[in-house]
Write a protein that binds this ligand. Structure first.
Ligand SMILES: [Zn+2]
Length: 493
């Protein structure tokens, strides 16, 4: 950050605050030119002397310098990253604490950064799956560019990551890497055999062809780890785990060797999208096989016991979660990677356990929470618009349910037309309505009228822009609560 000179402005009679200069965005380029960001009604702009190279409208500032007012587009984001390395993502998972904050709308990062400033965790600001890109009609470039501009605007110089989340194919991984993403989360779910749980031992025996190297390494063995964790591999359970995870291990090796090995990125193995929880022994098996085959990775996301549903707190037996998480954490510590907790939005009941049992080394991903906070803001600021969206969400609920496993039931949601304006935000304290709004986000944002215009999207964007400070405050409090509970788990150890 540098001291702002009013002569950098286009008009002589304006103060920086009248012109909308973001105070923290004032930076000095390597050649000494001042680059900053300012707010216009519809969007923000970058302002810099012409020779810096941004593409935009030219003007002469009060000091008589030829300048450019540049829109926040991809070309200008790429140049910004080049000039200011802190605006580029980098691998961050090696840090003890990292926190993924997917931002589906591309407007939440300043709020996320406010909460993160109070903690030492590094953020992964760009974090989207291909499905999320499709539902929001965005690209990996756009998602990363929004993070870059937010980091520049807020002067966040501690570093951040960009996660191609839940990627399932070679082409998807290539796509994220080509856009400069610094983390690849490989979703092995399609290669995990989900029907093994229903097989009898005899059926397993018929399907599984034993591999001598695996048999020798695992069957009949007991592995003892820190904190009294011990894992046993008997013949029957091993045959099952080899059947469930054999292909997934193969797939992760292929992707690693083809694309990850020589790239400086964080590699995360995601085995959480399965029908049944990952047992500690299964987790150990997958990790050890990958490591023995030379795959190096930053984190594994197992599927934990209980339910991590979208947008609501943990559902399940906390004592069992604690017992199993202890084993998962001990395995990760033993091999030297981090446990990654997916669908981490609002899982307040388990955060202290995650913080404690990982001894403060974790990656947690949240995504939907900022969307719900954005809709809470709509309920607070424009009750009429909120009711419209809510009614639409109810009509879209059955369709949206096909993509999500949730227990929320629209019948438990009070009639939105009978709730007083000032009570509407209370809907966001209720699990059924949280899930209703959560799972219908893609449909809400993409719904169009007969003339092709968006039914809600433009009005929502306008409201969010006009009330962005209020939105950042909501996010600060909400993400702050996540971090506070995670840190509470280990800070007093
Ligand atoms: Zn996941």
């Amino acid at each position: 950050m540098k001291i702002f000179d009013e002569r950098f402005l286009p008009n002589g009679d304006q103060k920086p605050e009248d012109y909308g200069v973001y105070p923290k965005s004032v930076h000095s380029a390597p050649n000494g030119e001042t680059v900053f960001m300012a707010r216009e009604r519809e969007s923000d702009v970058l302002i810099a002397p012409e020779q810096v190279g941004f593409i935009g409208a030219r003007f002469t500032n009060q000091a008589g310098d030829a300048c450019v007012k540049a829109p926040l587009n991809h070309e200008n984001a790429a140049l910004l990253r080049k000039i200011f390395p802190f605006a580029s993502p980098r691998p961050v998972l090696g840090e003890s604490r990292t926190f993924g904050v997917g931002d589906r709308l591309g407007i939440a990062a300043p709020g996320h950064l406010r909460a993160l400033r109070r903690y030492d965790a590094l953020p992964v600001l760009a974090q989207q799956s291909i499905r999320e890109l499709n539902l929001t009609n965005r690209t990996y470039d756009d998602v990363l560019d929004r993070a870059t501009f937010a980091v520049f605007r807020e002067d966040w110089d501690r570093g951040f990551g960009a996660d191609g989340d839940h990627l399932k194919t070679l082409d998807e991984v290539k796509y994220a890497l080509s856009c400069g993403y610094t983390m690849i989360t490989l979703d092995c779910g399609d290669r995990i055999r989900n029907n093994v749980g229903d097989m009898t031992d005899a059926q397993v025996g018929e399907t599984y062809s034993p591999r001598p190297d695996w048999e020798k390494k695992y069957v009949g063995r007991r592995v003892t780890l820190d904190r009294g964790v011990s894992l046993e591999f008997d013949e029957a359970s091993f045959a099952r785990m080899a059947l469930i995870y054999g292909d997934a291990i193969e797939f992760a090796c292929e992707i690693y060797n083809a694309l990850i090995k020589d790239a400086a990125v964080d590699f995360e193995i995601s085995i959480d999208e399965t029908m049944t929880p990952t047992t500690p022994a299964q987790h150990y098996f997958v990790a050890r096989e990958l490591l023995d085959r030379g795959v190096s990775f930053a984190s594994i996301a197992p599927r934990f016991c209980g339910e991590f549903q979208k947008g609501i707190d943990y559902i399940g037996d906390i004592d069992q979660f604690r017992r199993e998480f202890l084993a998962h954490a001990a395995i990760a510590k033993h091999f030297g990677y981090k446990i990654s907790v997916h669908s981490g939005s609002d899982k307040f009941a388990v955060f202290p356990i995650v913080g404690e049992l990982t001894e403060g080394r974790f990656h947690v991903k949240t995504a939907g929470t900022n969307w719900l906070e954005a809709m809470r803001l709509v309920a607070m600021k424009d009750p009429g618009l909120y009711r419209e969206v809510h009614r639409f969400a109810l009509s879209a609920f059955d369709d949206a349910c096909r993509y999500y496993h949730i227990t929320g039931n629209p019948r438990n949601i009070p009639n939105v037309d009978k709730i007083a304006d000032d009570k509407l935000p209370v809907l966001f304290e209720q699990n059924d309505s949280r899930q209703l709004i959560h799972i219908t986000y893609g449909m809400i944002l993409s719904e169009r009228s007969a003339d092709g215009s968006f039914v809600f999207k433009d009005r929502l964007n306008r409201l969010w822009r006009e009330n962005d400070e209020a939105y950042f405050d909501l996010l600060d409090a909400h993400i702050g609560r996540h971090l506070e509970l995670l840190y509470r788990g280990f800070e007093n150890i």
